[in-house]
Design a protein around this ligand. Structure first.
Ligand SMILES: *[C@@H]1O[C@H](CO)[C@@H](O)[C@H](O)[C@H]1NC(C)=O
Ligand SMILES: *[C@@H]1O[C@H](CO)[C@@H](O)[C@H](O)[C@H]1NC(C)=O
Length: 203
């Protein structure tokens, strides 16, 4: 009996070793680029993930949530340096699994999560807040905040992809390139003729 057991056990070890050594790809099979490519709204986001090589970093993680924005919402970083784009997109990668259901049932309606940017030693936390009006927001250390739109894909509990309203741009970023920045002067409104038409946001 004992004689049988020993070779059986070592055979099993050899087998496990071979499985792990020869077929590592069977363990991490989730490909963020592939998941996103199923939706044409995210081609710009996906292209940037590829260019910044964040695709590989995301695929190497076992538990990750990606906050994706659609093509129309990518303009704030178009034409920016790769360093800056990498920084911004790294903030959109949460190192934990959050699908829509989990986001809507946060303990205390709040969570502070670690992002890929944070993992490089930077100040890259995101605050997730489930507000009274039902909106779920994602805020970085700056004032820039995005809100949950919908689920794009989920593979519990490894990969979740969620669409958010806008890019989360960290503070002191060079993105405020609007030449016509609305100067918020402290003066009381002395010009009743000025109509603030520019604040129209289609819902
Ligand atoms: C999913 O996560 C579990 C637990 O972290 C891990 O054991 C498994 O290998 C992961 N699967 C993939 C496809 O990454
Ligand atoms: C995030 O939450 C922490 C802890 O509550 C708070 O100190 C910090 O000011 C928050 N940051 C943002 C940007 O909301």
């Amino acid at each position: 009996m004992l004689k049988m057991c020993v070779p059986l056990r070592s055979n099993l070890l050899v087998f496990l070793f071979l499985v792990c050594f020869c077929f590592p790809s069977t363990i991490t099979s989730l490909d963020i680029a592939k998941v996103l490519s199923q939706n044409p709204s995210f081609t710009t986001f996906t292209n940037y993930l590829t260019q910044t090589q964040l695709v590989g970093q995301i695929n190497n993680r076992q538990t990750v949530t990606v906050l994706a924005v659609d093509n129309a919402a990518m303009s704030p970083i178009s034409g920016k340096s790769m360093d800056f784009i990498t920084k911004v997109l790294s903030i959109h990668v949460i190192l934990d699994y959050y699908d829509v259901k989990k986001l809507q049932h946060l303990d205390g309606k709040f969570a502070q999560v670690t992002t890929l940017y944070q993992s490089s030693g930077q100040d890259g936390f995101l605050n997730i807040t489930h507000k009274e009006n039902g909106v779920v927001s994602f805020a970085s250390a700056s004032a820039s905040e995005a809100t949950l739109i919908s689920s794009v894909a989920s593979e519990p509990y490894n990969l979740s992809v969620i669409q958010v309203s806008s890019l989360i741009i960290p503070g002191n970023s060079p993105t405020h390139s609007n030449s016509r920045s609305p100067s918020i002067s402290s003066a009381p409104d002395r010009s009743p003729t000025a109509s603030p038409k520019e604040y129209t946001r289609g819902e």
